[in-house]
Write a protein that binds this ligand. Structure first.
Ligand code: MSP
Length: 531
């Protein structure tokens, strides 16, 4: 049996509610998961929450709750948002779950037993918002965190570390052999140049209890809890059952794609492979690809809680897009279309409303509504049969474009170029709208009423081609806008029949005389709007 396509998102910290940055990684992962399911692949999409560490301990204390109660509350907000955005995850792991704690402790014991850990005093700098240690050499001017530029605190504490340098040469060699391992290429280069200089001696993987109490107890050292990043990264193997469900683990591992933001590249592309290597998971069991996307910014600034410029996705969906029956899909579309994956993007209300109006209402919504209305009016709501003589010359470009779509989607999504995939779908949508203008079915209908048989035949041919185009667009949009896709599918008369990528190459694919359903406008104009 083929290995399921295993996709991960980062585990989100539960110190605060989810924002659009979190939703971006998750929507992208969901889109990829849905695309693979549409292809017929079995998929395992894993997401979850990162619940230990100093920053959650502090956030819980500030709210007067225990860390566990606090985490339980925030987790519900993440889950509710994933429900709202139709995230089709297969598993949701919380690092406070017993199934995870057990694996982390077993891994610590393994590393200790393999002689991989050093017990020593660690001296360095700690950034609590990033939950990351830095060495003197890594600090930027003014003792700021090199990642988020916030103040760091000096730490000198005894603990257990995983030496990094002995694995550095191995990792360099691994990257030389796998130049596609980290996407986009700029991120690969970043990691490669990081590895050209000596890495910090070691990664401290514990924290003394007197400083941080909220963590997984270290089984061989009562005074310590596990460092939150070591704990969290292991979720990628604890969820599929490393050490606890060997058969399931063997089937799922390695992860096919780790989707992350560029802020946590070093943790995933340097620490994580070194941890796996130290655990004795051999090279061919390394994750297959790491893809790091850019940041959503507000103006010039990265969105973050401490800067107070957080955008809450549920407010965007429920308030900004109020009155839109497919608001969550419109939001998904915006995230995936607006910025090429990997680059930074600017979030603004104008930008999302602009996309809604131009791409979704004027292009897609219009095409669907016009086509269904004309089918209703001119062919009694039934999809005409494919023309006996085949496609007319004027129809060829649209047909060719529709048939080229599966390969275009495949290429773009293999490389996680979501915006490029959507551009291809919307080129077809735009051309189909222009086709309506150039073929002017209303004039053909007029001539047909005057008993012109050729016009009557041609009218049917035009409407048939438009119905076929909508069928293709509905399938292609499933990973991006699952509810819109399902609505289009229903309106075309396919009911709840499954959508499959392979049906894109079936042409024609609409059963003749299938009854369509003229239903709601997919993207209505906001009330009182003149746009
Ligand atoms: N808990 C760690 C990850 C552990 S993974 C084993 C963590 N959590 S986080 O909640 O701070 O953020 C995780 C991810 O959220 C980032 O990597 C990125 O995917 C996403 N984003 C957070 N802010 C973002 C933006 N402003 N823009 C885009 N995505 C960003 O780090």
């Amino acid at each position: 049996m083929a290995k399921p396509f295993y996709i991960t998102t980062p585990l989100y910290y539960v110190n605060a509610s989810p924002h659009i940055g979190h939703s971006y990684t998750t929507v992208a992962a969901d889109c990829l998961a849905r695309f693979h399911r549409l292809r017929g692949d079995e998929v395992f999409l894993l997401t979850g929450t990162d619940e230990h560490g100093q920053k959650i301990e502090q956030a819980a204390a500030a709210s007067g709750r225990t860390p566990q109660v606090f985490a339980d509350e925030v987790v519900e907000r993440f889950k509710a948002l994933w429900g709202l955005l139709a995230i089709s995850y297969d598993d949701f792991i919380r690092t406070t779950q017993e199934r995870h704690v057990r694996v982390v402790q077993a891994c610590l014991k393994t590393l200790e037993a393999r002689g991989q850990l050093r017990h020593a005093t660690y001296q360095g700098w700690y950034c609590t918002p990033c939950e990351t240690f830095w060495t003197d050499a890594e600090l930027t001017e003014g003792a700021a965190c090199p990642s988020c530029q916030r103040a760091v605190e000096r730490v000198a504490e005894d603990g257990w570390s995983l030496p990094l340098r002995p694995a550095q040469e191995w990792l360099r060699g691994f990257l030389r052999e796998r130049p596609d391992w980290i996407q986009p290429a700029a991120r690969f280069n970043e990691v490669q140049s990081l590895l050209e200089r000596p890495l910090p001696e070691a990664l401290c993987i514990t924290r003394p209890r007197q400083r941080v109490n909220w963590g997984i107890p270290v089984p061989f050292s009562e005074g310590h809890v596990t460092y939150v990043w070591f704990d969290a990264l292991l979720n990628y193997i604890s969820a599929p059952g490393f050490g606890t469900e060997p058969a399931r683990f063997a089937r799922l591992w390695p992860a096919d794609v780790h989707l992350i933001g560029k802020d946590i590249l070093r943790h995933h592309a340097v620490y994580w492979p070194i941890i796996l290597h130290a655990l004795g998971l051999s090279d061919h069991e390394m994750p297959r690809m790491i893809v790091a996307h850019g940041w959503w910014k507000i103006g010039e600034q990265k969105m973050s809680k401490s800067r107070g410029n957080i955008v809450d996705p549920s407010v965007v969906v429920r308030e900004l897009l109020h009155g839109q029956p497919y608001a969550a899909d419109a939001y998904r579309y915006f995230l995936l279309r607006e910025v090429p994956f990997g680059q930074d993007g600017a979030f603004s209300e104008e930008a999302i409303l602009g996309r809604l109006q131009a791409d979704l209402a004027n292009d897609l919504g219009n095409l669907v509504h016009r086509t269904l209305s004309m089918l209703e009016r001119y062919t009694a709501g039934k999809i005409p049969p494919a023309p006996a003589v085949g496609c007319a010359v004027e129809d060829e470009p649209i047909r060719q474009q529709a048939l080229a779509l599966p390969a275009q989607l495949d290429t773009a999504l293999q490389e996680l170029r979501f915006s490029q995939a959507l551009e291809a779908v919307f080129r077809l949508v735009g051309d189909a709208n222009r086709y309506i203008e150039s073929q002017a079915p209303w004039q053909l209908a007029k001539a047909a009423r005057g008993s012109d048989a050729a016009s009557a035949r041609r009218l049917e041919g035009v409407l048939w081609l438009l119905a076929e185009t909508l069928r293709v667009v509905a399938i292609a949009l499933e990973p991006f806008m699952p509810k819109v896709s399902a609505a289009m599918w229903r309106q075309l008369g396919f009911g709840s029949a499954p959508r499959r990528l392979s049906d894109l190459t079936v042409w024609p694919g609409c059963p003749a005389q299938q009854r369509v359903e003229l239903a709601e406008v997919l993207f209505p104009k906001p009330e009182g709007s003149s746009r």
